[in-house]
Ligand binder design. Structure first.
Ligand code: NAD
Length: 467
């Protein structure tokens, strides 16, 4: 397949080429066009030209075009899903699910409108609070959910009247490029463009004076660089960063009900989810039973190429992440007890079996750091206060969950966890109408929901004297 950048309405070659590897085979999947700094300048100039006309359209006009885009994505869902599995690794059914979610996000956004609100209206004055678009939005995406994360930026940015330059992760650029092909037939030139790099143009883009807003999703370390690059022009930005979500099982919970749901939330997408369960805290007397259930589920997991019907977990997305996880696994083997998994399958791709580890200290890297992979530590606690304190003793604050037979108690405990989202008796599951975002070093700002839409706008007060 021949992939092109979408720049100023035209599908064009990059200045160079970039190898894209299929993580299930560790072999070449396709060559992607790779942009250079001149193409970045072209994209920003085209975006600025397009911005004026797009902002002048009504919400209804922009919404109609977003609906067409969602329909076009649905019409080619199978093709997109195959490509997504091949570039990202996830099982085909999950890839199709991601694409269904991406189209649903575009549709939800297409139906929204940020209406002005009247703050005061008297004989003497009229004060209106309104929103206007920021202009050129840079959408920087990671490699775990290439299409879901892209559309969660594109939908809100476009409906509120901004134009978008998308920069996918260098290891998963293909679905974003294919999305550019759909856009080429539907949106005016410059309203959505794609820049692919090899981790070398992000800084140039996010510090570019022609970019007005940076919507960044990725690691906390890169997020800090983005934060630095926005200071010169006091650029608006939102940061969706890493997490180290804890699942807290209360003593009254039924492990047979809770543990399978927790395991699913720790291993979906091979654990490569910002909001995945990354540590489990269980009452000491329940740890054996929880580990038994996790062990059963880990053993039953079919790890393989996501294109195979029987696969329930695909490979880790790229070699760097695979090597990081192997190092963490070996460290955890030395410091704790492996309950299940722990083997590296003898397959050519980046496969790691789901691995459950107990008896680690809170200082172990697998507990303190974000693993972003299918390695799950189970930690014992004796006292709820102590457990909450240990859960909150992290620089992260993205999500978390509480598991209990008493939902009221669950809400009380959830309210003590310092995170942007805390679930009770479930974990994961985001919806376009529900805002989410990180506390502490897990991020700044909100995505999704009306609050997420507002982030893509500038507030303006119109204040009128009537006398
Ligand atoms: P990453 O930070 O390595 O890369 C993310 C993106 O930033 C890529 O497109 C990359 O090319 C780009 N980039 C690299 N250097 C840059 C720079 N100096 N300036 C601007 N952009 C630059 O992250 P990753 O490894 O692709 O993704 C995994 C991380 O993403 C995990 O930490 C995960 O928790 C996080 N994540 C967070 C969310 C969320 O919503 N909070 C969602 C998904 C993933």
């Amino acid at each position: 397949m021949d992939f092109k950048l979408l720049l100023d309405g035209a599908l064009v070659d990059g200045a160079a080429l970039l190898e894209v590897i299929n993580p299930a085979t560790a072999s070449l999947l396709a060559m992607a066009p790779r942009a250079d700094s001149a193409q970045v300048d072209m994209a920003v100039a085209a975006a600025r030209r397009a911005s004026f006309g797009w902002a002048r359209l009504s919400y209804a006009e922009r919404g109609a075009l977003l609906m067409r885009l969602a329909d076009a994505l649905d019409a080619r869902r199978e093709e997109f899903a195959h490509l997504l599995t091949q570039e990202q690794g996830k099982p085909l059914a999950d890839a199709a699910g991601e694409l269904g979610g991406a189209a649903a996000t575009l549709r939800w956004c297409a139906a929204q409108e940020l209406k002005p609100t009247v703050l005061r209206e008297t004989d003497a004055e009229l004060i209106i609070d309104q929103h206007y678009p920021l202009g050129v939005v840079l959408a920087i995406c990671p490699w775990n959910y290439p299409m879901a994360i892209l559309t969660s930026k594109v939908g809100p940015a476009l409906i509120t009247g901004n134009v978008v330059i998308a920069k996918p992760a260098p290891t998963t650029p293909l679905t974003a490029l294919l999305f550019g092909e759909l856009v080429a037939d539907i949106l005016p030139a410059g309203v959505f463009q794609t820049i692919v790099d090899n981790n070398d143009l992000g800084d140039l883009l996010s510090s570019h004076p022609g970019v007005d807003f940076v919507s960044f999703t990725g690691s906390t370390a890169t997020g800090k660089k983005v934060l630095g690059s926005t200071t010169e022009t006091i650029k608006r930005f939102s940061l969706e960063l890493g997490g180290n979500d804890a699942a807290l099982i209360l003593p009254d919970a039924d492990p047979e009900t809770a543990a399978p749901k927790i395991f699913a939330a720790a291993t979906k997408n091979a654990g490569q989810i910002c909001l995945a369960v990354k540590r489990v805290y269980a009452p000491r007397q329940m740890v054996d039973q929880v580990c038994d259930i996790f062990g059963r589920l880990a053993d039953a997991t079919v790890v393989g190429d996501g294109l195979s019907q029987s696969t329930t977990m695909g490979p880790v997305q790229n070699r760097a992440q695979y090597e990081k996880l192997i190092a963490l696994l070996e460290e955890s083997r030395a410091e704790g007890t492996i309950v299940a998994g722990g083997e590296i399958p003898e397959l050519p791709g980046y496969f790691i079996r789901p691995t459950v580890v107990r008896d680690l200290s809170d200082e172990a890297r697998l507990v303190r750091e974000e693993q972003f992979g299918p390695l799950l530590p189970v930690l014992a606690y004796d006292d709820l206060e102590e457990a909450i304190e240990r859960i909150n003793a992290t620089e992260y604050g993205l999500g978390g969950s509480v598991w209990t037979a008493d939902p009221k108690m669950g809400v009380e405990v959830a309210a003590r966890i310092a995170s942007g989202t805390v679930w009770v008796n479930r974990h994961l599951g985001l919806a376009p109408d529900i805002p989410f975002g990180g506390a502490k070093q897990s991020g700044l700002g909100r995505q999704q929901g009306i609050r997420g839409l507002e982030e893509f706008t500038q507030g303006r007060i119109i204040s009128v004297a009537r006398t």
